[in-house]
Design a protein. Sequence first.
Length: 175
Amino acid sequence: MLEKWLERGISQSRWLMAPFYVGLIASLFILLFVFLREFIEFFLRVTTATEADVILGVLALIDLSLTANLVLIIVFSGYENFVSKIDPEGHPDWPEWMSKIDFSGLKQKLLASIVAISAIQVLKAFMNLEKTINEKTLPWLVAIHLVFVISGLLLAWTDHISESAKKTASDEAKH
């Protein structure tokens, strides 16, 4: 009886994650506010902006968009993987990927998004080299970006090895 009570408590504890996902959804509103503010400022400066200023403005908007996408991926995948399955019935425009990302896929999408965001930051630094970045800062930005890239590759490689091992074990069990 104690074991069943403990197992039920452990199972129900997953719902403690739900407020985290609600908080992340609220953070999307903050990102939307920042995006709109950046867009309005960008729009008001566009008539006097240089080509580099326009590119930097667009990169800032893309950066915020990728960050919002990352939050959505974490909310949907995290909720589905750790709290409860979401029923896509009755949602004709339900994106197909939302119910198909497992924890491994979540890690890969998360790291890919971080790499993309990091790449945009490095590109913005290159574009704005004379104004904000000095010769000591830029190598650090590039090094940090490379760490993200290498981490992503290593994660994908270890997931590939894990999947190959599962497939081999499955094939051996069939024979």
